[in-house]
Design a protein around this ligand. Sequence first.
Ligand SMILES: CC(C)(COP(=O)(O)OP(=O)(O)OC[C@H]1O[C@@H](n2cnc3c(N)ncnc32)[C@H](O)[C@@H]1OP(=O)(O)O)[C@@H](O)C(=O)NCCC(=O)NCCS
Length: 254
Amino acid sequence: MIPEREGFEPPEPCGSTVFKTASFDHSDTSPRRRTCRSMAPVRLFRLYSQPSKLSINVQIRRRGMIEVHVYPQINCPEQIRDQILCLLKTEWPHTFTVHRPDWPTESAAVHPTSFVLLVEGIVISHAAVLSKTIRHAAQRWAVSGLSSVVTAPSYRRCGFASQIVGCATRYMRRQRVDFGIFTCDPELVDLYRRHGWTYSKTSPLVGGTRQQPFDSVALGKNTLIQLFSERAKSERSTILGIPIFVDLGPGKLW
Ligand SMILES: CC(C)(COP(=O)(O)OP(=O)(O)OC[C@H]1O[C@@H](n2cnc3c(N)ncnc32)[C@H](O)[C@@H]1OP(=O)(O)O)[C@@H](O)C(=O)NCCC(=O)NCCS
């Protein structure tokens, strides 16, 4: 049982600036590498029609140049922060209304934690995990969501977002998170489904405030949910039967 408190702070200690750094050897486990060995003709055609992507994918993975770093955004080194902001601003310029962008990207109350996939020190893929305690169906739940998932345009469809989403999902599972919830565009559901996320039509995420709810369905978004804790699993039908409100502030959805 999570103690009653206003915010949900991930319990994993974050003593140093980089509290977890992983360098992955993909030689045995990379699904993409396996894909390269036994590519279906359709996939081969797609990759060869984009030769730069094939060479990026094969070279990067063969040389083991990939690292995934995890930073609570408040402790993120400047050079990583600037690269993340550059990626976000390139993809969603309309969300940057001021010359100096917000950092952390979300309110500190949701403990934004960035997962970055680096190739030789360059950030090419990013996802943020946000966490909060909510009241839903007369119970309190520690929930997390994914936000700001983005891969640099030249590196897309090489499996990098999938890798970062996998890391972020495993992180949530290790934390005291009851369940994860966030939204995405309908065509991207498959990206998340392969990491255990399920499209939940009956319990869409509602952000905003109690006075001014911000409905994800009205925005054409699909809600993805994953139950982590035993309590959440045993209360599955209660959790999934109704819309899930996460108080994120006016006009906000994660
Ligand atoms: C969506 C995005 C993050 C995907 O990054 P990526 O590194 O290219 O993703 P991956 O290569 O790991 O894709 C894994 C799977 O996700 C799905 N997928 C990825 N991009 C997709 C797209 N544009 N349309 C449909 N499905 C897609 C596919 O099933 C893909 O597997 P496949 O390549 O074997 O078909 C990237 O296109 C991006 O930054 N888009 C702009 C920002 C955005 O929309 N972010 C998502 C917010 S929810």
